[in-house]
Design a protein around this ligand. Structure first.
Ligand SMILES: Cc1cc2nc3c(=O)[nH]c(=O)nc-3n(C[C@H](O)[C@H](O)[C@H](O)COP(=O)(O)O)c2cc1C
Length: 177
């Protein structure tokens, strides 16, 4: 007889992290052009994310998972247009800067990051990205301590088809080869 799974069994956070760190992932910069609250000033914001994935071809849908109490989650509750730039190996510093807690303001980070505005969303798109995808939120799903955002793809481009990807694997940034 096969052993019965223990109903109350849960992986610890350390076990969970260690196992999932074995998944090699592409690195993306999730961006939004925040229109501001109560006619406040518009501002760009960005967050490094590895949770980006493809969901559906027709209609074209993608998903990104955003920590519930983060600034990005708050911004994405009031702005339903956002973009993702898939980063290349030359974007390693950019990726770690946009992932830092208590980091420099997004305004300073973007001043240092060559980018242009996406035609469909107004969100910043990183120069030299392997691909850029512009989205409108189709669905928000609460999932544990994260929010899953399903986005309908408005524009998808491959501006740098020869660039090599930036990867995240076993807790560090890596390159192919
Ligand atoms: C490689 C890497 C991947 C990350 N992926 C995600 C992600 O998919 N979703 C997320 O919410 N945070 C992710 N983070 C963490 C955020 O980048 C970081 O917590 C956030 O920028 C902190 O700022 P905030 O709390 O001011 O938003 C990742 C961090 C790193 C280094």
């Amino acid at each position: 007889m096969s052993p019965q799974p223990a109903a109350a069994s849960l992986a610890t956070p350390d076990e969970f992290r260690a196992a999932l760190s074995q998944l090699a992932a592409g690195v993306a910069l999730l961006t939004v052009h925040d229109l501001g609250e109560d006619a406040g000033p518009a501002e760009d914001a960005g967050m490094t994310a590895t949770s980006f994935l493809s969901v559906s071809l027709e209609p074209p849908l993608v998903l990104v998972s955003v920590r519930e109490d983060s600034r990005m989650d708050e911004l994405l509750t009031r702005n339903d247009l956002w973009a993702v730039s898939l980063l290349g190996e030359r974007h390693r510093t950019l990726a770690s800067r946009f992932a830092m807690k208590g980091r420099l303001s997004d305004r300073l980070l973007f001043a240092d990051t060559p980018h242009h505005r996406g035609p469909a969303t107004g969100a910043p798109l990183v120069e030299g990205a392997l691909a850029t995808v512009e989205c409108r939120t189709e669905q928000r799903i609460a999932a544990g301590d994260h929010t899953l955002l399903i986005g309908r793809v408005l524009e998808a481009r491959v501006p740098s088809p020869d660039a090599q990807p930036l990867l995240y694997f076993r807790g560090g940034y890596r390159q192919l080869g």
